[in-house]
Design a protein around this ligand. Structure first.
Ligand SMILES: [Zn+2]
Length: 510
């Protein structure tokens, strides 16, 4: 008698990945796979919008638990990275399944028990892990350091610039003219279409040598690029990112963006940039309430109760005052009290002055940072070795796949995935280099900039938020998380806790 195997399906959909097959497609493919193998589907587990990098996935947890009850013999996923992107978790859970007599299968990665499959399986896992691994983050440090010293970090230069021999941006005069025209026309109310037509009629071309199109994305990017004012910006999303999703419209969290005033030659004035920003705001904010009051910490204040952001708003009543208020307040699902935004903003500036932007703090910070940089530099050979090992494995596998006489669609898919990974690894290896230590003059420039920018609300906010990761408001305390990494290292933070009552509004009693 043939025993019919019972299968459980597991699907995960993360909202942050637009290319991910929808749950429906994943489930459909899995059902077909079960039919082919004559497996009986006994259960389907679905997690939505959870990242696979941690294991807080309720359905996943239920599936692992159920695997001990003898309900199914097989767990089927569409792709192994749906199961887990972390080798440690993967090993733990796979071991649990194995212990319960349940085997893991993937629709796209055809795995059996042959030695090659076992190797391939562990390799696919390590590739998945690479997405979110420390190595990738560590490599980012090298890129950030490059940016810190204002060198161009790969990819093509923005319109208006070329990359000079020392890798710094230099002005390309002809292109710079077109940038100035774009700003000028935009500020004066012309549409993207008008601008494109004018530029084309004068023979200007894009960076790639094409005609300008009234496509809002490219103009949007030009009108939004702080580099044109001489502020060097390195935004990871605009360059090659590790997951090969090039969605440059989705900006990275502030802490991943590096800005250095005076870091590259300016093409337009700051006033011009500001005017363009204002027009953009008035165009895009259609109907949205523009907040007149300035909220320095807007975007980094977080509610300690529900984890959502707290936004700046005006309170009317007997006294009018400004507060940061939890995003959940309307839904009535959070009852954290709002904080006085003026007090919080003022406190933030004082804290930065005391802990970062003065001579004696500087000595402490530089010493700490340089020690860490030294440690990072020591780890480079090991990181390089590990990346190279990964690369060797991939090359071996690629040779094997390429030499196959008949290649199935799966083979091509595998080759494609491996080639992409290979590019990433090579890119990472190329960019792995020693970080220069931070000098007193670098740091005192920062201190000067802090005091210079104080008068300029918007720029001051951008600057300040580079040095504060978050301000979390709890019922009894407020925790400031300062970032001492200067954009070179990303895990150098320190927390400062203050009593909640320091930030009470004129009407709160506590
Ligand atoms: Zn809340």
């Amino acid at each position: 008698m043939i025993e019919i195997k019972k299968a459980a399906l597991y699907a995960r959909f993360s909202s942050d990945n637009q290319r991910t097959e929808s749950i429906d497609a994943q489930v459909r493919a899995m059902k077909d796979f079960c039919t082919q193998n004559k497996w009986k589907i006994v259960e389907t587990y679905v997690d939505e919008a959870y990242s696979a990098t941690n294991d807080r996935r309720p359905s996943f947890q239920r599936m692992i638990e159920d695997s001990g009850k003898g309900v199914f013999d097989i767990v089927l996923v569409h792709k192994l990275d749906r199961f887990s992107r972390n080798r440690y978790d993967s090993a733990i859970y796979k071991n649990k399944l194995k212990h319960n007599g349940v085997r893991l299968y993937s629709v796209l990665e055809r795995l059996d028990d042959s030695p090659e499959s076992i190797i391939l399986e562990s390799m696919l896992e390590s590739i998945g892990e690479y997405y979110s691994s420390n190595i990738a983050r560590e490599v980012m440090k090298g890129l950030k350091e490059n940016a810190f010293h204002c060198k161009h970090t790969g990819g093509s230069a923005p319109l208006g610039y070329d990359v000079g021999e020392d890798k710094k941006l230099v002005i390309n005069e002809r292109e710079a003219e077109s940038v100035r025209i774009i700003y000028d026309m935009y500020i004066n109310g012309y549409s993207y279409r008008n601008i494109a037509e004018y530029l084309n009629s004068k023979g200007y071309v894009t960076k790639k040598g094409n005609k300008f199109k009234p496509n809002s994305v490219s103009f949007y990017e030009i009108l939004n690029n702080l580099k044109y004012t001489g502020t060097y910006v390195y935004n990871r999303s605009s360059s090659k990112d590790y997951s090969h999703r090039r969605n440059s419209h989705r900006y990275k969290p502030e802490e991943e963006i590096i800005k250095i005033t005076g870091g590259c030659p300016a093409i337009i004035s700051k006033e011009t940039f500001q005017k363009a920003a204002e027009r953009r705001k008035s165009v895009t904010a259609k109907g949205q309430l523009g907040s007149k009051h300035f909220y320095l910490c807007s975007g980094i204040v977080v509610c300690g109760e529900c984890g959502k952001k707290m936004f700046g708003r005006k309170r009317f009543g007997k006294y009018a005052f400004n507060v940061y208020c939890c995003t959940s307040y309307k839904a009535d699902c959070c009852n954290i009290k709002e904080v006085d935004s003026d007090r919080l903003d003022e406190h933030t500036v004082k804290l930065l002055e005391r802990e970062m932007f003065n001579e004696s703090a500087m000595k402490k910070r530089i010493a700490g940072l340089n020690k860490r940089i030294e440690r990072y530099n020591c780890r480079i050979p090991a990181m390089r070795k590990s990346l190279n090992r990964e690369l060797d494995k991939i090359n071996t596998e690629l040779i094997k796949l390429h030499s196959k006489k008949e290649k199935s669609i799966e083979t091509y898919e595998k080759i494609n995935t491996l080639e992409l990974r290979k590019n990433d690894l090579e890119y990472a290896i190329d960019n792995l280099h020693e970080i220069e230590s931070v000098s007193y003059s670098d740091y005192s420039n920062l201190i000067n900039r802090f005091y210079e920018l104080k008068e300029d609300n918007l720029r001051f906010r951008t600057f300040v938020q580079d040095y504060i990761t978050s301000i979390t408001v709890y019922r009894d305390k407020v925790v400031f998380c300062l970032n001492y990494g200067l954009g070179i290292l990303d895990d150098v933070t320190k927390k400062y806790t203050f009593e909640r009552k320091l930030f009470k509004t004129p009407t709160q009693k506590m």
